[in-house]
Design a protein around this ligand. Sequence first.
Ligand code: NAD
Length: 259
Amino acid sequence: MRLKDQVALITGAGRGIGRAVAEHYAREGAKVAVADLDLAGAQQVVDAIEASGGSAMALAMDVTDEKAVDDGVAAIVERWGRLDIALANAGIQHIDPVHKLSFSNWSKVMSVHLDGAFLVTRAALNQMYAGNGGTMLYMGSVHSLEASPLKAPYVAAKHGMLGLCRAVAKEGAEHGVRSNIICPGFVRTPLVDKQIPEQAKELGISEEEVISKVMLKNTVDGKFTTLEDVSELAVHLAAFPSAAMTGQSIVVSHGWHMQ
Ligand code: NAD
């Protein structure tokens, strides 16, 4: 087991990529706090982890709510005594060209990704600095490194998370905290399934063309990245044994965006 007895917080873990990472961490021996806006979804993930013999707790947490994030981290420390790994994963998407984008939709996307990542980072660092250090992880995207049309707030927010990750790597070093960002290509989750018809409408092409000509066009083999691909990388980064790997963006995308 690569994460035996480590305590991990994952936001947006009630479904999708966050759920897959939570379940993989639990299989690797971690105790996992499953945080989500959707408490029922988080509880289902906890039930599945516990049914497989793992340890988990569900947290109702809106990552844009300062008190909810601070209270959630306090509840983890009260239950398990410390926090070793935090993954800022909660995210949303919004499809619109910039000239039609409302300020409220811009702000909402920026807030969930960037304010959320900041609040989770601050609360987690206070625990990690007081303990034995730890690992900050961010769920970025290939869109942390390049742009696509119709996704300006998402692209801007994901680039911002890369900057936060790097700043935390610099500040965290002396406290034994590493910080890295995972940058997946397209993974079939509700977040992606929702945008396929939206992009088809906006671009005037079929849904099949959105998949083959937009989403997977720049991969080496026309394949989606899987939940298992992303969760394996999240385990690898959390378990990495030294500070040699910090401040890095790791792309997992079937070759879309080679750095
Ligand atoms: P998803 O929509 O399946 O899951 C997102 C989860 O985040 C949901 O459970 C939702 O309830 C939760 N959430 C949303 N707003 C929240 C908030 N304010 N506070 C707490 N929880 C909140 O999406 P996903 O595809 O699993 O995406 C997870 C992360 O991975 C996101 O940051 C996303 O940008 C990133 N990502 C996804 C893909 C992809 O192709 N699916 C690719 C690259 C990066």
